[in-house]
Design a protein around this ligand. Structure first.
Ligand SMILES: Cc1cc2nc3c(=O)[nH]c(=O)nc-3n(C[C@H](O)[C@H](O)[C@H](O)COP(=O)(O)O)c2cc1C
Length: 320
């Protein structure tokens, strides 16, 4: 229904990317997103070794013959990330799309991917960063508004302002992310000039999402006021679900606690325990203000197709 430079660039049916989600974007989930006609996105940082990553890539390939992408994290990390190891696998396994997020993507990394026929996009939170990524050679840019779940940074721009500003400033296609959770958000983003959207939080409450049912139910009950930015004191602001762990982080930050104390609460192992065992206060999870629009757990394909259908219906209604 909606065809843009993004659907053409990535070879997908719908202008929707299922955003990479650390500890969540396992092969079955990524494949479910791609099979629904959107672009599934692996989170390479989930894999501690090149071999584990390669096995995961092969598993996605077993589960879908549709395109999918790999996210390379350029954020500061506790466990040092050697993206070169992932890039080797990406090139050997003929992955068609790579998304970078975090710091500016290095030009040599982009050139290597480009030479291997890989399409690249960079996710960032300001027009300045978007222009810098365009200059470095990416094929597309995703601008991420502060209402979104994950690394929102310290600038605080909303999707509503960031998207048209980026569209006006860039030549490459722009994708919108942050607070988009249904067909209304999809159509609004397209109206602002975006050529696609990246969604994360909406996909947490899906049948195929590999997080504990307790957490899915809690997210369905949560409203748009149940998130909070944390880790600003480390210049690494993340919008998270407001549970006891996130409140604890805020309290530690407000009294300038030792870094180690903060890191023990935000540790990936704690987040994984929450995802796997359903202990809702065990750790911190990224979460968007868009969680307020998440009212039921549905299969991934129904969410994606529902978004597209709803956007098309609104467009039809508006154009009489
Ligand atoms: C649980 C969760 C984990 C995420 N992990 C990552 C990540 O590892 N890397 C990344 O670039 N973005 C990550 N994101 C951001 C998403 O890829 C996507 O950009 C964002 O969720 C879009 O905003 P929305 O949540 O309002 O839909 C995460 C988001 C969530 C909700």
């Amino acid at each position: 229904m909606f065809k843009t430079r993004i659907t053409k660039l990535f070879g997908v049916e719908h202008p929707i990317v299922g955003g990479a989600m650390m500890h969540v974007s396992k092969p079955e989930f990524v494949a479910a997103v791609s099979n629904a006609g959107a672009l599934g996105m692996m989170a390479s940082a989930m894999y501690g070794s090149q071999d584990e990553f390669r096995q995961a890539v092969r598993k996605v390939k077993d589960l879908t013959d549709k395109p999918f992408g790999v996210n390379l994290s350029l954020f500061p990390a506790l466990r040092p990330i050697d993206n070169d190891l992932y890039v080797e696998v990406i090139l050997e396994e003929d992955i068609s799309v790579v998304e970078t997020s975090g710091h500016r993507p290095p030009e040599d990394l982009l050139a290597r991917l480009k030479a291997g026929g890989v399409k690249t996009m960079h996710k960032c939170v300001s027009v300045r960063h978007a222009l810098s990524a365009q200059k470095a050679g990416v094929d597309a840019v995703t601008v991420f508004g502060t209402e979104g779940g994950g690394h929102i940074g310290e600038i605080g721009l909303t999707t509503m302002v960031l998207v048209p500003r980026a569209v006006d400033a860039l030549d490459v296609p722009v994708m919108a992310a942050g607070g988009i959770a249904d067909g209304r958000g999809l159509l609004a983003a397209l109206a602002l000039g975006a050529e696609g959207v990246t969604i994360g939080t909406r996909l947490l409450a899906t049948t195929e999402c590999p997080i504990h049912d307790n957490l899915k139910q809690a997210l369905v009950s949560a409203t748009e006021i149940d998130t909070m930015p944390i880790l600003g004191s480390l210049q690494n602001t993340v919008r998270a679900w407001k549970n006891a762990a996130a409140l604890k982080v805020a309290e530690l930050e407000s009294r300038h606690a030792e870094l180690g104390e903060i890191l023990s609460v935000v540790a990936g192992t704690a987040t994984k325990r929450m995802y796997e065992e359903g202990d809702l206060n065990a750790g911190v999870t990224p979460c968007s203000q868009g969680v307020g629009m998440v009212r039921e757990i549905r299969p991934v394909a129904e969410v994606i197709e529902g978004m597209v259908r709803e956007a098309a219906e609104i467009l039809g209604r508006l154009s009489g």
